[in-house]
Ligand binder design. Structure first.
Ligand code: FES
Length: 188
C-alpha cells in the first residue's frame, strides 16, 4: 500500500502557472479539482452548487475544511455555504464515525478493483457505503476520482490517500480501528 500525504511532486513541476501554485496548504490534490471548477466559473458565487458537487465527488463527503475552502474561493459567507450544503439531500456532511474510509469508485480505480475493496469493507464492517458502524467507529464512503488515478485503486483512510489498495489491506486497516476503539472514557 502506498500512501501520499506530503506535497505531491507534480505540484513542483507546475510552478510555472500562478494558479497551479495555489491550492490548499495540505497539498491535497483533491483541492485542485475545486480550484479548477471555481476558476472555470470565474469564482462566481452562483457556481456554489456545482462546486459543492465536485467537492462531494472528490472527497466523498463535505467536511468543514472543504466548506471553508469553497467559501473563501467564492467569497461567500461560510454560513451560506453551510446552508446550501445542508439544505440539499444530495450533499452529505462529514459522517459521524470516529474514522472514515473513502473508497474511490472513479473509472481508473474501479477497473483496478475498487469495487471489490468496497464490498470487502462493507462486508467486514457490516454496513453499506454512506453508513457508520453502530459503535460509531467507522464510516465508509465513496468518491468519484480523488485525483490519484496513477496509484489506483485509491482509498482515503482518515484523510490519508493510500494507493494500490487490496481488499485485504483495506480490511486490515479498518480492522485495527474496529478492534481498538478510541480511548473509551474510563470513569472512575
Ligand atoms: S479514479 Fe480513483 S483516483 Fe481517479
Amino acid at each position: 500500500m502506498e500512501t501520499s500525504t506530503a506535497k505531491p511532486a507534480v505540484e513542483q513541476k507546475q510552478k510555472g502557472t500562478k494558479e497551479a501554485a495555489k491550492g490548499h496548504p495540505s497539498g491535497d490534490k483533491r483541492f485542485r479539482v475545486l480550484d479548477m471548477t471555481m476558476k472555470r466559473n470565474q469564482y462566481r458565487p452562483d457556481a456554489l452548487i456545482e462546486v459543492l458537487h465536485k467537492a462531494q465527488e472528490a472527497f466523498g463527503f463535505l467536511e468543514e475544511d472543504v466548506l471553508i475552502y469553497i467559501a473563501r474561493g467564492l467569497k461567500l459567507p461560510l454560513s451560506r455555504v453551510y446552508g446550501v450544503a445542508t439544505f440539499y439531500h444530495l450533499f452529505s456532511l462529514k459522517p459521524g464515525g470516529a474514522h472514515t474510509c473513502v473508497v474511490c469508485l472513479g473509472t481508473a480505480c474501479y477497473v483496478k478493483g475498487s469495487g471489490e475493496v468496497l464490498s470487502a469493507l462493507e462486508k467486514h464492517a457490516g454496513i453499506s457505503q454512506g453508513e457508520t458502524t453502530p459503535d460509531g467507529q467507522l464510516s465508509v464512503m465513496t468518491a468519484r476520482c480523488i485525483g490519484a488515478c496513477g496509484i489506483a485503486p485509491a482509498v482515503v483512510f482518515d484523510g490519508t490517500v493510500a494507493g494500490k489498495v487490496t481488499p485485504e489491506e483495506a480490511i486490515a486497516k479498518v480492522g485495527a480501528w474496529l478492534n481498538s476503539p478510541q480511548e473509551a472514557t474510563v470513569s472512575g
